[in-house]
Design a protein around this ligand. Sequence first.
Ligand code: TRP
Length: 352
Amino acid sequence: MTSTIESSATVDLTAPTALDVRTLDPTMHRVVTGDRPTGPLHLGHYIGTLANRVRLQNLGVPVTVIIADYQVITDRAETGPLRNLVRTLIAEYLAAGIDPDRSTIFAHSCVPALGQLMLPFLSLVTDAELHRNPTVKAESLASRRSLSALLLTYPVHQAADILGLGGDLVPVGRDQLPHIELARVIARRFNDRYGQVFAEPQALLTSTPSVLGIDGAKMSKTRGNTILLGATADETAALIRSARTDSLRHITFDPQSRPQVANLLSIVGALSGRDPAVVAEQVGDGGAAALKTLAAEVINESLRELRHQREELLADPSYLDGVLLDGTSRAMAVAGDTLDQVRHAMGMDYLS
Ligand code: TRP
């Protein structure tokens, strides 16, 4: 068994050699993605992965979205107001364009087969590999507690999600790449030992995978620097006005030396399908104030319909619960089938 993790196989949508999502055969792929239900979704989710999920779904690729509730307790003891959060996430997915008739949304804890897959998968990785995982390292530092075994095995958990549901394309932010890489390693090692069962999943990156928050650091729930999808237009404008920029008057797109200004330009670019450098030229001597006004307008305009739908959906929790029930039974069927194949490959199919 090799003990090194090889370089990441990534499909970067911006790279010229990238797999072209417009020409891929939708029937040949299955997208699996997920979110930890630690808070409502923000603009970083929307630009980084959510818009991409919807795009893939609309191309005809089956999309499965996991609400990774067990991942909440990787770095904290409290599960939080999960029932409400799960409903909120479902409302946000649907409002963003996830269609429950074509796509599957479910909560991890409802599908036991995914947990069971972890056991054989844990035998395929070493503790050294898990300790090397950059996300595990970073999260362990951020949580200021000693590493729980669930946090240490988080990438294995996630590999079970992806492989258990037959995912071969995983639209994620750049920070998730090491996890996808480990899922590939696990698939390969399982196939080598027990015979071909799993396809090696590929990560799908968007052109703006990581959006900065209003303080200039990466936008994330834990930092409290987010612009929530559910924020009002006024709240959004106020947050953008308070965003850190720099003291240079003339606006230019320079991600290296002007990250905060570049971030606002990238957000405008991503949401309006324009090149951020062109947006910069347009703002020019208008300075940070004009850039912020433009950014708030573009964000509010882009999210207007989503926000409206979100409110309507949240007013109907029984509908949201029905979507969850439906998604759960579909996920159970797929994951149960994978587990049967795994049992068969490992010679554990005594009962079938
Ligand atoms: N770890 C992911 C996150 O924090 C969420 C997640 C759970 C996920 N299972 C997944 C993402 C499977 C992609 C595929 O965002």
